[in-house]
Design a protein around this ligand. Sequence first.
Ligand code: K2U
Ligand code: ZN
Length: 184
Amino acid sequence: MSLLDIHVLGSPILRQETTPVERMTDELRRLIDDMFDTMHAAKGIGLAAPQIGRSERIAVIDVEDNPIVIVNPEIVITEGSAKAEEGCLSIPEIYGDVERPARVTIRALDRDGERFELQASELLARCLQHEIDHLHGKLFIDYLSFLKRRSALAKWESMRKDFPQNIRKFPPGEMAGRHGEEAL
Ligand code: K2U
Ligand code: ZN
């Protein structure tokens, strides 16, 4: 089990486009396993590669014990509309209501590089859209109104000192090492 550092708002990689994966490798499969470990340790239900400092177009999701790996995902169908509160592991303690399509159909590759299609609704649909946004440098705060985004960013400014170099370590703590072990 390897816990990776999570990049928080202010880290440039969160605002960059990711690179499509041309071929799945054992190294990428190990990265995917570490992303699941980190997501679970952070009590998240999704995690995208830029959030752990990597530029591959990969995200992991686990809504209600249904682990899903999406590589090079594309949203091919959107239906309806739904508003719900969102947060982000890269913007801790900041929340806001986001309107998104209620149901989506996505196409992606799995951890073995095999193509699949997935229809989703409810929280899974929202999580998929949140993670796919991350893969294109978009964050949920981008959907907030001007005033709500200004308020969220002001609150974040008061908190960012807790994340030197825009890094959030797991488990949290002064001495935690790179993978969460105590520093010797
Ligand atoms: O990508 C991330 O930062 C993880 C997100 C994923 C997410 C955000 C909004 C709505 C659905 C998924 C969350 O921080 S994971 C935390 C969480 C846990 C349970 C329900 C909603 C959000
Ligand atoms: Zn997020």
